[in-house]
Design a protein around this ligand. Sequence first.
Ligand code: LP5
Ligand code: MN
Length: 250
Amino acid sequence: MLEAPVILISDLHLQESRPDITRAFVDFTVRLPASCRDFFVLGDLFELWLGDDAESPLAGTVSDALGGLARRGVNVYLMHGNRDFLMGAGFAARCGARLIEEPYALNAGDTRWLLLHGDVLCTDDTAYLEFRAMVRDPAWQREFLSQPLAERRAWAERARQASKKATAGKAAAIMDVNQDAVLELIRTSGCRRILHGHTHRPAVHRLPEAGPSPEPATRVVLGDWDSQGWYAALSGEEFRLENFAFQAPT
Ligand code: LP5
Ligand code: MN
C-alpha cells in the first residue's frame, strides 16, 4: 500500500455473505502504512445497518479492526452512506472512531479537500433524494429505531426490493452526479478538490468548467469493493486513486 498520511475508502458494503470482502478490509487495516495518520471511511462500510443494537459477528470484526487502528494512533473517521446512515455514536465509539458529517472539509497540507459520500450530488435522482430526506430526518430515525429488530429488518428488505426495482428502471446518467451540482459545490465551498464514493464509478475527473485558477478543479471518485479493493491516498498536494486485488485467503 502507498505511504501517505491520509487514506480514504468507501462502499465496501460489508455483509455476512461476503467474507472475502471482510477479510480484505481487515487485512487492509493491518497493512495500513505507519505513515497513515488519518483514515476515512466515506460511507457504505456496511451493506445494511439496522441500528447499533443489532449485534452481529461482522460488527465485532469491524470494530476490532478499526479499534486496532485507533490504538495505533490513527485517527479513524466514519461518514454515513445511503445504506448505513443509522450507524450511531455508540458503534463509532466501539471503533474508536469519529462520526463525521458531510460535506467534510479536510486540510491535507495546503490543499483543501471536500469529502462526501456522493449521493447528494445525484440531484437528477429526485425519487432517491425524497427517500433520503425521509430517512435522514431525526424524528423518522427515532421512530424507526424504536421498532423491534425483526420489523426493522423487514422494512429494510422491502426498501431493498423497492430500490432494486427503481434502479433497474432508471437511466444510468440519473444515478451519476449532476455536473451543475458539482460545480455549485466547488463555488460555494471554495474547495477545488472533491472526493466521494457512492456511484461505483472510480475515476479522476478534471473540471476545467470550474475555472483554470489556481489549478483545475478535480473530482476523485472511489470505487466499491467487490472483486477488488479501492482507496485514495493523499499526501500534501499529491493524490493517488489505487485499486488492488483481494489477498487470497490463507
Ligand atoms: O442502494 P442501491 O444501490 O440499490 O440504490 C441506491 C438508492 N437506494 C437506496 C435505498 C437503499 O438501497 C435501501 C436500503 C437502506 C436500508 C437502511 C435501513 C432501513 C431503512 C428502511 C426504510 C423504509 O439508497 C437508489 C439510487 C441509487 O443508489 C443510485 O444512486 O437510485 O434510490 C432508490 O432506488 C430510491 C427509489 O427511487 C425510491 C424509494 C424506494 C424505497 C422506498 C422504501 C419504502 C418501503 C417499502 C414499502 C413497500
Ligand atoms: Mn452509497
